[in-house]
Every structure is written in C-alpha cells, then in structure tokens.
Write a protein that binds this ligand. Sequence first.
Ligand code: 5CA
Ligand code: ZN
Length: 409
Amino acid sequence: MYAWPASEVPALPGSGRDLRIHDTSTNGRVTLEPGPVARIYVCGITPYDATHMGHAATYNAFDLVQRVWLDTKRQVQYVQNVTDVDDPLLERARRDGVDWTGLAERETALFREDMTALRMLPPQHYIGAVEAIPGIVPLVERLRDAGAAYELDGDIYFSVAADPHFGEVSRLDAEAMRLLSAERGGDPDRPGKKNPLDPVLWLAARPGEPSWDGGTLGRGRPGWHIECVAIALDHLGMGFDVQGGGSDLAFPHHEMGASHAQALTGEHPFARTYVHAGMVALNGEKMSKSKGNLVFVSTLRREGVDPAAIRLALLAHHYRSDWEWTDEVLQEAEERLARWRAAVSRPDGPAAEGLLEEIREALADDLDAPAALAAVDRWAALQDSTGGTDEGAPGVVSRAVDALLGVAL
Ligand code: 5CA
Ligand code: ZN
C-alpha cells in the first residue's frame, strides 16, 4: 500500500538528546538507544470510520518519537499497518450495505489526507492486512507445527502457554486479562480452548465473509495480532526499538503479538520498548468508533479549522494522559497559533538558541510536548512585550517548531 507524502523536516543547528520514554513492560522510564537506524512499528487504523481526535493524538505521539530521533541525526525505519480486514470493518460494511473493500479504501484514503494535513511523517512501509496474508499463512503453519497453536473446529488458536514471557508486556493479572480479552475482540468463553485467553490466528472461512487461500490451514482470514507480527517481522525483525499504539492496545494486542513473535523465533523481546498513548474522550467517554462519540479531523478541516491548530491542540496534552476533547481545547490552540505566527512574522526577536534547547529537553523527557509549548509561549510573550534584536531568531523558532513539533507557522 502507498502511504502519504512527507512534509519537509527543516535542519536545525546542533543535535537533539536521546529520548527517555515510559515503557509499559517495565512500567518505568527507559533511555532509548537505537542504532543509526531507529526501528518503530505503530499500529494503524481499522478503516471503517474517519480519523478522530483519539487516533490523531496517538499518531501525534509517535510522530514526536520520530522527530526526536531525526534530530539526533538517526534515520528512522517506520512501519505501520492498516487492518483492512477484521470483524468491526466487516460488521460496519454489512450494517451500511456497502462493499467492505470500498469502505476500507475510502477511509484509508481519508486517513492519508488527514495525516498529510497534520504533517505526520509517513511510514516507509504502509502495509494492509490483506496484502500481508501470503506472509501470515506460513507463520501460522509454523506455530501449529511447533505445537504453539491448535485447531478448534477449523479455526487455529495460539496457545499463550507457548511463550514463557506471556504477560510481561501488560503485566496484568489473569482476571483483568480475561475481562479485557472479552472487551477487545477476544472470545474467552468459547468452549474447547486450552486457555480462555488464547487468541485466534486463522479464522476458517464463514459464509458471506471474505476468505483467502491458507495453504494447509484451509481457506480463511487472519486473526488480528498475527497481522502486525507478520508485518513487523518482515520489515523490522525482532528486537526493534518501539512498538506503539493507544493504551487500549497494551492488552491483548501487543501482549499477544509479542508472544506470537517470541514463540515463532525463540527470541526475546519482540519490541525493546512498548509505548502507549492515553485515551482521548468526548463528553466523558472514550472516543470510539463503536460508541460513535467522535470528532473527526476531516470534519474540522472541512469547517476551515487550520490543521496546525488541530496539531497544537493535541500537543497541549501529555501523550500519556487521558484527556477530553472540548471546543475550548481547540479555541486555545487557535489563539496560541495566532500568537506564535505573529511572533515569528518579524525579522528579529529575542535569542532563540536557549528555546531550541528547551524544546529538545522537553521532548527528550518522555515527550513532554506541553512543556515544549510553554517554552515557545514564553519566547512569543517576550517578543510581544520587549521584542529583541537577534536577527533571524524568528526563523530559528519557526524551523524548530516545524522540525520538532510538526507545526508549520
Ligand atoms: N487496527 C488496530 C491496530 S493494529 C486498531 O486498533 N485500529 S483503531 O482504528 O481502532 O485504532 C488506531 C489507533 O488509535 C490505535 O493505536 C488505538 O489505540 C488508537 N485510538 C483509538 N481510539 C483512541 C482514543 N479515543 N484515544 C487515543 N487513541 C485512540
Ligand atoms: Zn496492531
């Protein structure tokens, strides 16, 4: 699948700091030390509805990770998937009486437009579940042949007992896992499973549902977790630097994915760090396609809202906190954007070197974007009150805000 065009990342003087970030699997902060090519996998959308603020906030967090790495003069190998076949997509297509492939294509196209408008850097590999199927089938066959998977009425399940490290990503107890499994696409109550938590790897063909040739597995379609594992192993390999997503993916998705990969390869870990963004709510409840309490990026764009203001609204919240989208959040972002644009529109201003270092330090400190915004606010306030004589300082500020925060002033 093709991704979306990259916005330019302006070059900055000096170099950024190594990123210290919260890792879910150790529940602590780690200093990431990627090689010259940093490797990141970020779980993509299930394209049955448009990009909402929750999605945008999560992708914003991982866009910052990349921008910090680029600022340390590393290259980034970024992989993202599109879950373009799965139960919720098929259910929505059935409900609306539309073709599921058309629905997925339409929503993926809109997602690309939203990501472009928000200046999110594109992945080098943007891979759909459907196009990954030829790579998924042999992985499921290998797991089955190694005794890490078993058949139940034609469906193939992964045995969580096959991975000695199972549970180490989310660190949840069995009861919490069971509840979340039922809530998030699992089937803990299906009779005949070895462990209620065992997730499906390959779903045998059902009438009225799409299916593909699965070799010795028979016709069917892939489970959700193996999709991301196949794509990540293909393009990044084991031990990549960061797997990212919203906090609702820690369990079961990232836990199961890690176990699939570890059982397949005998190596550990799948990802060196698991990073999760908080949930964005609307009217007191998590914004979600299934609940329908959504504010779409595309709706705001259509209403004429500047994408840079949407981006500033996201950046005003720490990526790990759960927060609520409100009209005031957007209004404050629009006001901030206007103040910043006025401040950089003059040829000279207060010195900017200190500000650049403050932004770098804030982002390196577990992506503290609100602290970075506060630093720019202080510079803009100084420019507004006393101004400054440093020629070119506004240019440095606008390049720093663009390169490190993805906001074009
Ligand atoms: N296709 C799978 C991942 S392989 C999936 O979870 N798709 S999704 O469309 O449901 O979500 C895409 C990303 O947005 C995920 O990382 C998810 O955790 C995140 N996300 C979904 N809802 C919210 C929300 N309300 N707030 C923050 N992030 C969210
Ligand atoms: Zn995923």
